[in-house]
Design a protein around this ligand. Structure first.
Ligand code: UDP
Length: 345
C-alpha cells in the first residue's frame, strides 16, 4: 500500500493522539506508506519519542483555536482520530471525563474538519459499543448497547459521524471497532507505555518483570469454559494496517462504513496468563479477585466485513507472537523512558 503519490504528491494525514500506543503505530505505518503525517497530541498519555514519522504539535482537542490552526496550516486530505480516554473502570467512576474528552472533543474536531472541508475521516471506536452481545462472534450490525460510559462515549461519536455523512455526501468516514489490542512494534521501537497500565497482557508482563507483586484475575465465575473473560486479542501492527486499508477504501471511493478489528477467536484470561508465563519463562504470582465493573464475559469479532470490503488481511494472528513482541518491548521500555527524559530537558 503506497500513499506517496496521490494526485502528484504524498497524501497528508492529520493524526490526533499519534503519540499514543495505537496512534504511534499508525503514524509509523503511514510514514512507511509514503504519507506526510502531522500528529496532534497533548502528551497526556502519549510520548514524544513514539512519533516516528512527521511532525508533532503538542495541543489539546479542547483548545479549539490551536487545533484549528494546526489543521489549517497542515491542510490534510484525511484525519485519523485516536486521542481519547480508554479505561472502562475509570469511565464508570468518572463518566463526565469520558463524555467530555471522547465525545465533546470528537465534536470539536469534526466541526473543525468539516469547516475546513476535509472529506476523509478514520475513527478509533471500540467493541465496547456492543455491551454484552447476544451473538458471538459479534458482527457490526449487532445492536449497540454499551454497558459502560467508555463504550457509550464512543457510540455517540460514531453517531455524530453517521449523521454528518448522511447530511454531507462530501464527507466519508470509517469507524474501526477495536477488540483487544496488544503487542508492540515488531522491531521493538514503540509499544505500550502508559503510566498506569491496566490492560491484561501489559499487567501480566510487568508482573513477570517484578513491577507488580501479583496479577489479579478479575472474576472466575463468568459463563465461559474456565470462568474467566474471553477477549479477541489483535496485534497492534495488524490494527495499524486496518487503518491504512480503511483509508485506501475511502480513497478508492468506498462508502462510509464500520469495521470490526479482531481475529475472530478469543482467549480467556487464564489462557493469556499461561501464554505470558510460557513466553517469559517466569512463574509470576496470580491471584483470583472479584469481577471488575463493566466487563462483558466474552467479546470476539466477526471480522468478515473488513476482509470482504478492504484489502486488510491479518498477519500476526498468534497470541504467543503478540506476547513475545510485548515482552521484547517491556525490555526496551527503560531506554525509551531515558529518551523521553532527554527530550524533556
Ligand atoms: N483483566 C484481569 N486482570 C488485569 C487486567 C485485566 O483479569 O490485571 C481482565 C479483565 O477483567 C478483562 C480482560 O482481562 O476480562 C481484558 O481486560 P483489558 O483491561 O486488557 O481489556 P478490556 O477488555 O477491558 O478492553
Amino acid at each position: 500500500m503506497s500513499f506517496s503519490n496521490i494526485n502528484g504528491r504524498p497524501l497528508r494525514v492529520f493524526v490526533t493522539g499519534g503519540a499514543g500506543y495505537i496512534g504511534s503505530h499508525v503514524v509509523k505505518a503511514l510514514g512507511e506508506a509514503g504519507c506526510e503525517v502531522l500528529t496532534y497530541d497533548n502528551l497526556s498519555t502519549g510520548n514524544r519519542w513514539a512519533v516516528l514519522s512527521g511532525n508533532l504539535v503538542v495541543g489539546d482537542l479542547a483548545d479549539r483555536e490551536r487545533m484549528r490552526r494546526a489543521l489549517k496550516d497542515f491542510a490534510p486530505d484525511a484525519v485519523m482520530h485516536f486521542a481519547a480516554h480508554i479505561e472502562v473502570a475509570e469511565s464508570v467512576r468518572d463518566p463526565l471525563k469520558y463524555y467530555r474528552n471522547n465525545t465533546a472533543c470528537a465534536l470539536n474536531l469534526l466541526e473543525a474538519i468539516h469547516d475546513q472541508g476535509v472529506g476523509l475521516y478514520i475513527f478509533s471506536s471500540t467493541a465496547a459499543v456492543y455491551g454484552i452481545p447476544s451473538q458471538m462472534p459479534v458482527a457490526e450490525d449487532a445492536p449497540l448497547l454499551p454497558i459502560n460510559p467508555y463504550g457509550a462515549s464512543k457510540m455517540m461519536s460514531e453517531r455524530l459521524l453517521a449523521d454528518l455523512a448522511l447530511a454531507d455526501p462530501s464527507f466519508r468516514y470509517v469507524a474501526l471497532r477495536y477488540f483487544n489490542v496488544a503487542g508492540a512494534d515488531v522491531q521493538g521501537r514503540i509499544g505500550q507505555a502508559y503510566r498506569n497500565p491496566t490492560h491484561l497482557i501489559t499487567r501480566a508482563l510487568k508482573t513477570a518483570k517484578g513491577e507488580f507483586d501479583r496479577l489479579q484475575v478479575f472474576g472466575d465465575d463468568y459463563p465461559t469454559p474456565d470462568g474467566t473473560c474471553i477477549r479477541d486479542y489483535i496485534h497492534v501492527e495488524d490494527l495499524a494496517a486496518a487503518h491504512l486499508a480503511a483509508l485506501e477504501h475511502l480513497l478508492e471511493g468506498g462508502a462510509s462504513d464500520v469495521f470490526n478489528c479482531g481475529y475472530g477467536h478469543g482467549y480467556s484470561v487464564r489462557e493469556v496468563v499461561a501464554t505470558a508465563r510460557k513466553v517469559t519463562g517466569i512463574d509470576f504470582m496470580v491471584e483470583d479477585a472479584p469481577r471488575r465493573e463493566g466487563d462483558p464475559p466474552e467479546l470476539v469479532a466477526d471480522n468478515s466485513r473488513i476482509v470482504a470490503r478492504t484489502r486488510w488481511r491479518p498477519r500476526y494472528d498468534d497470541l504467543e507472537f503478540i506476547v513475545q513482541t510485548a515482552w521484547r518491548w517491556e525490555g526496551a521500555l527503560p531506554e525509551a523512558q531515558q529518551l523521553k527524559k532527554a527530550q524533556l530537558f
